[in-house]
Design a protein around this ligand. Structure first.
Ligand SMILES: [Zn+2]
Length: 506
C-alpha cells in the first residue's frame, strides 16, 4: 500500500498546511490508487517522537507499506542521522521513498548517499536563504516597500519574532484560503471564465475581498497576485519575460515562497499589463498554490487581455471608460447589427445582478457624440489657458537660469581662491564647491522638467482636435479619450466626466 506522510510544526507560522502537503502528495498517485494518510500536526521534525509517524513505522515493519510519499524530505525528519537510519529501515522492508519536491531513486546506494548529502545541504541552504530573505525584507521596509494595507485575499497578517525583531508576514486565512485555491483550480484546470467564477461565488454567497460581490475584474486581480504562488524557477522566468525587476537572486526561488509584486499603477486595471516598472520580491511566507497551476492561470489571463482589447476596440473608442453612475460597474454596448444604435447596459445589472438601474443607459451613438463634443470644448478651454500657463513657465525657467549663472560665478571664484590658499582653507573651499555643484544640478533638473512639461505633449495631441477628429481611427480616438478622461459615469439623464487634467488644480 502507498503511505502519505505529512507534518506541520506549530512553532513555524508560515509553514505549508497538512492539507496542502497531502494534496500535493496525492498528485503523485495514479487515478483511484488507494493510500493511507499519516499526519502529525504540531510536531517538530527534530526527533521521531510523533504518534502518526510511529504508526507509519509500525506499518513499515509489518510489511504493509510499499511506498511512502511526502511533500519534502524534512517532513520525515530534520535530523540527518535519523534520516539515514530511516532510509536503511525503509530499504530493508522494500519500501521506496518519494518526495514531491526532491526527486531521487532511493533503491540504489548512490541514491541513498545523494539523499544524505542533499539533506545536509538543503538544511544549510535553507538557513542561509531564509536569513537573506529576512535581511532583504528588512531593507525593503526601510525603503518604504513594507507590507502595508489589508492582507491579500486568502491570507491574514501575523507577526513573528526573528533575530532582528518583529517581522510582519502573511499566513493562510482559514476562512478564505480554500476559496483562493478553488479559484485557481476553476480558472487554470477547469477553464471556467472569470465571469463564471464570479457568478459561482456570488451564488454561493461567498464575499469578495471588499466584502461585496465578485465580478470578473476582482477575480482577475486575485489570480494575478503572486502572493499565493510557490515561487520556483519558472515563476522567476515568467516575471523576467514580463520585464519585471527583482530584489532577490534567481537562486532564492527554490523555497516555494509566495511573492510580493510592487509597482506603480498606470491607470485603472492596467496594473498587470505592463510590468516594466514593477518589482518582485520573495515574501517570508510559504506559497500555497502550485507554480504550474499559477502560471497556467497567468498565461490564460494574458491571452484574455489581448482578446478583450481587440474585441472592444472594434466597437467603440470609449473602451473601458464607461461606468454605471449608480453602481460603478462597467457599461457595455449590447450587440446589434447597427453600431450607432447599440443600447448601453450596466454589467452590474446584466452580469452580476447587483445593480437595479432601470433599463438601458442610452445608445452608444448618442453617448459618443456627447463625449466628443465635450472633448472639443475641453480642448478649447485648454488652449485659452495654455497661454497663461506657458507665460508663468517661461518666467520660472528664466529665474532658474539666472540663479544657475550666479552659482557658476561663485564656483569659479572659489576655485581661484583655493589655488592660492593653504591646505585647511582649500579643504573648506572644496566642500563649499561640492555644495554649490549639488544645488546647480538640482536647478538643472527643475529647468529640464519645465521645458518638456505636460503642456507640450498635450498640445501636440489635442491642439487641433476639432479638425483632426474625423480623420482618426478608433485606436486614435481611444488614445485621445484615455489621455484626457479617467472615467465616465453614466446616469439616465446625465453624463459626468472625470478628467485627467483639472484646470482648477494648477
Ligand atoms: Zn449599475
Amino acid at each position: 500500500m502507498v503511505a502519505i506522510y505529512a507534518r506541520q510544526s506549530i512553532d513555524k507560522k508560515d509553514s505549508i498546511s497538512i492539507e496542502t502537503q497531502i494534496e500535493l502528495c496525492r498528485r503523485e498517485l495514479a487515478d483511484g490508487q488507494p493510500c493511507e494518510e499519516y499526519s502529525d500536526k504540531g510536531y517538530s521534525g527534530s526527533n521521531l517522537n510523533r504518534p502518526e509517524f510511529q504508526r507509519l513505522l509500525a506499518d513499515v515493519k509489518s510489511g504493509k507499506i510499499e511506498r511512502i510519499i511526502t511533500y519534502r524530505l524534512d517532513r520525515i525528519s530534520r535530523s540527518v542521522l535519523d534520516f539515514s537510519n530511516l532510509v536503511d529501515l525503509f530499504g530493508k522492508h522494500g519500501v521506496s521513498f518519494n518526495s514531491t519536491q526532491e526527486k531521487f531513486d532511493t533503491g540504489t546506494p548512490m541514491g541513498k548517499a545523494m539523499l544524505n548529502i542533499t539533506m545536509v545541504f538543503a538544511q544549510l541552504e535553507r538557513e542561509t536563504i531564509q536569513q537573506r530573505i529576512r535581511d532583504n525584507y528588512y531593507s525593503r521596509g526601510e525603503k518604504g516597500m513594507y507590507l502595508g494595507g489589508p492582507a491579500s485575499y486568502g491570507f491574514s497578517i501575523t507577526e513573528t519574532h526573528t533575530d532582528q525583531g518583529k517581522l510582519k508576514l502573511l499566513e493562510p486565512n482559514p476562512e478564505t484560503v480554500e476559496t483562493l485555491r478553488r479559484m485557481y483550480r476553476m480558472y487554470g484546470d477547469d477553464l471556467m471564465s472569470l465571469g463564471a467564477i464570479a457568478r459561482q461565488f456570488n451564488t454561493e454567497k461567498i464575499p469578495s475581498p471588499q466584502g461585496t460581490i465578485w465580478d470578473s475584474s476582482k477575480v482577475s486581480r486575485v489570480l494575478r497576485n503572486p502572493v499565493a504562488v510557490q515561487a520556483g524557477a519558472e515563476v522567476y522566468r515568467y516575471y523576467r519575460s514580463q520585464g519585471c525587476k527583482f530584489t532577490n537572486e534567481p537562486s532564492d526561488f527554490i523555497l516555494g515562497h509566495g511573492c510580493y509584486l510592487y509597482g506603480k499603477r498606470e491607470g485603472n486595471e492596467r496594473k498587470y499589463s505592463d510590468m516594466t516598472n514593477h518589482t518582485l520580491s520573495i515574501a517570508p511566507h510559504e506559497g500555497i498554490v502550485d507554480s504550474g497551476l499559477f502560471l497556467r492561470c497567468q498565461e490564460r489571463l494574458d491571452k484574455n487581455t489581448q482578446i478583450d482589447n481587440r474585441k472592444r476596440s472594434h466597437i467603440t473608442w470609449l473602451t473601458g471608460l464607461l461606468k454605471c453612475g449608480k453602481c460603478g460597474h462597467s457599461v457595455v454596448p449590447k450587440s446589434s447589427c447597427n453600431t450607432k444604435y447599440r443600447y448601453l447596459y450596466c454589467t452590474g445589472k446584466t452580469s452580476y445582478a447587483c445593480c437595479d438601474v432601470e433599463g438601458n443607459l442610452g445608445t452608444l451613438g448618442t453617448v459618443e457624440d456627447i463625449i466628443r463634443d465635450r472633448i472639443f470644448r475641453w480642448a478649447e478651454r485648454y488652449s485659452d489657458l495654455r497661454v497663461g500657463v506657458e507665460t508663468t513657465q517661461s518666467q520660472e525657467r528664466n529665474r532658474l537660469a539666472c540663479r544657475r549663472e550666479e552659482i557658476d560665478l561663485r564656483i569659479r571664484k572659489l576655485i581661484d581662491m583655493a589655488t592660492e590658499s593653504n591646505d585647511i582653507t582649500a579643504h573648506y573651499l572644496s566642500e563649499k564647491v561640492t555644495e554649490l555643484e549639488q544645488e546647480r544640478r538640482a536647478l538643472e533638473a527643475k529647468e529640464e522638467k519645465l521645458s518638456v512639461g505636460r503642456c507640450d505633449t498635450l498640445r501636440k495631441e489635442v491642439g487641433d482636435i476639432k479638425n483632426t477628429w474625423d480623420s482618426l481611427d478608433l485606436a486614435g480616438k481611444s488614445h485621445i479619450a484615455a489621455l484626457l478622461i479617467s472615467r465616465i459615469n453614466l446616469y439616465h439623464n446625465e453624463i459626468v466626466i472625470e478628467w485627467n487634467y483639472d484646470f482648477n488644480k494648477k
